[in-house]
Design a protein around this ligand. Structure first.
Ligand code: ADE
Length: 275
């Protein structure tokens, strides 16, 4: 079972957020354990002080090393990875979330106000981690985003029908569009192939549609995908090695305009298929 300990001045933020949906199911099923701990527990003065003004002046209060350290030592053991949520860290990706899901024990430190004393980072933090290039008023939302994203990769957290393999980014591509009843909605039809019951055909079709969606919405990701796909084809023993871009273009040409409309791909153009 993966254990997550979150150090925060607002433990209720963490406890409330993990008490819903997929995360709460995983906790109930003993697949995941999430606990929140506050440095206030170790504050000894009358005001239970956990922060102070920065030396040298500047904005915001800095979380004190001493109370943070005591909280870290309460939860940390030799196989723990200690992560400080900070906009200065590398940005979280699906690959990173998957790697974190394989750890034994994670300790997340959430800063508030002006951040935490640098000496805690130097001495205790294994990694800093950001969830994007913007500043939040505390690390709690970042810790929750990270916990939610990594939990999806733990076997058993997602039901059979919602595997993480299908998620956007999992193969370097965005997810294909999805449809349910009715077959006709506002004059837009569910693509025929999805009604065919032909699983192999549907699987290949979905992968090609994923590639088209990625080309349209995230050309940066598509470029990386194309590069990797070319290497894969080079390495494989396939005889007729058609360029994956040309292959995708002919797949796109074969789609009816009705399907292109339904898939939200009507504005993709011939010129978009370039290296
Ligand atoms: N704390 C404040 N901003 C943050 C961010 N963007 N990511 C992670 N932690 C943060």
């Amino acid at each position: 079972m993966l254990q997550l300990d979150v150090i925060t001045l607002f433990p209720e933020m963490i406890e409330n957020a993990v008490s819903h949906g997929v995360l709460s199911q995983a906790i109930k099923g003993d697949i995941l354990k999430v606990s929140a701990h506050t440095p206030r527990e170790f504050a000894t003065d009358r005001h239970r002080t956990v922060d102070d003004r920065p030396f040298g002046g500047g904005d915001g209060m800095i979380m004190l090393a001493e109370t943070l350290e005591k909280t870290i030592l309460k939860v940390k053991h030799k196989n723990s990875k200690v992560i400080y949520l900070s906009p200065q860290g590398p940005v979280l990706t699906a690959t990173k979330a998957q790697a974190l899901s394989r750890e034994e024990h994670l300790v997340f430190i959430c800063g508030r106000y002006g951040g935490i004393d640098q000496r805690i980072i130097n001495h205790y933090v294994d990694e800093e981690l950001s969830i994007g290039d913007y500043v939040l008023s505390g690390g709690e939302l970042a810790a929750l985003v990270t916990i939610d994203a990594l939990a999806r990769f733990i076997p058993g957290v997602l039901g059979h029908s919602e595997s993480a393999e299908q998620d956007s980014f999992s193969q370097g591509l965005l997810e294909h569009p999805n449809f349910t009843r009715p077959r006709d909605y506002l004059g837009q039809q569910v693509p025929e192939v999805l009604l065919s019951g032909h699983h192999q055909l549907i699987g290949d079709w979905k992968k090609s549609v994923s590639a088209l969606v990625t080309l349209k919405k995230r050309p940066d990701l598509f470029k990386v995908f194309l590069k990797e796909e070319k290497i894969r084809i080079q390495d494989s023993k396939r005889k007729n090695k058609q360029s994956p871009l040309l292959e995708l273009k002919s797949f796109w040409s074969s789609l009816s305009s009705r399907d292109r409309e339904s898939l939200g791909l009507a504005d993709l153009k011939e010129e978009d298929f370039h290296e």
